[in-house]
Design a protein around this ligand. Structure first.
Ligand SMILES: Cc1cc2nc3c(=O)[nH]c(=O)nc-3n(C[C@H](O)[C@H](O)[C@H](O)COP(=O)(O)O)c2cc1C
Length: 202
């Protein structure tokens, strides 16, 4: 979703002396709010072979970089698979790599993650990487790309296949690429509970 068209539309409306309300409607449609972006994103499971431009990969990684982490310890490490060999290998290891041209393996280092004194057996790695992944997924969408968050893989097998050091635990995969023609939200995308069904005010 690029905003240059918005700027052009708004500029021409201003010159034409259009009303404030119409201007707001156009900005709303072409420059969506966060909530609209969050609602419009869906999991993509069919991709074209078109390579993803490095600038777009950089933007996704920048979104990862600025994600909040417990105590700002930033315990994450990201492997970027895009070579033919790496993509073939990840597709052998997970049926949910969906032949995407880029697959990120988002890992955390449990020795660097925050440990709560209230729960010393746990660490913040999964939480930290989940926020990192959410930033990445939404930035991918903002860049006009599709993505799919994937947990269907054996972390030990993937770590071994890509020679990921022991201190990096794979948390999830994020498939990214241009959606194939006809890629559309699957049924579960529309099956979201109502707010009243998952909230309790006290
Ligand atoms: C933690 C997590 C794990 C997921 N694992 C998989 C997976 O292994 N394979 C897959 O195709 N989709 C996976 N998904 C995508 C979900 O199925 C999808 O987000 C959900 O059905 C809602 O659809 P939507 O993303 O289109 O809104 C996963 C999503 C999350 C958040």
């Amino acid at each position: 979703m690029k905003h240059s068209i918005t700027a052009l539309c708004v500029a021409s409306m201003l010159m034409a002396g259009c009303g404030e309300k119409a201007k707001e409607d156009i900005v709303e449609k072409t420059n969506p709010t966060f909530l609209q972006l969050a609602k419009d994103r869906f999991s993509v499971r069919y991709y074209t072979k078109t390579p993803v431009e490095q600038e777009k990969i950089d933007a996704i990684l920048e979104a990862a970089r600025v994600a909040p982490t417990a105590k700002n310890l930033q315990p994450f490490h990201i492997y970027i698979l895009q070579s033919k060999e790496a993509i073939a290998k990840i597709n052998e290891l997970s049926r949910c790599a969906y032949e995407a041209p880029v697959v990120f393996i988002v890992c955390y280092d449990k020795s660097k993650a925050w440990v709560s004194p209230f729960d010393p057996g746990d660490n913040s790695g999964i939480m930290d990487t989940s926020i990192v992944g959410t930033h990445m997924m939404l930035e991918a969408f903002e860049q006009g790309l599709g993505s799919c968050w994937v947990k269907f893989f054996d972390a030990r097998e993937v770590a071994a296949a890509f020679e990921i050091p022991e201190n990096h635990t794979p948390s999830f995969l994020l498939d990214v690429g241009y959606p194939a023609n006809g890629a559309a939200p699957a049924k579960p995308h529309f099956e979201k509970r109502e707010i009243k069904d998952f909230t309790t005010y006290k």
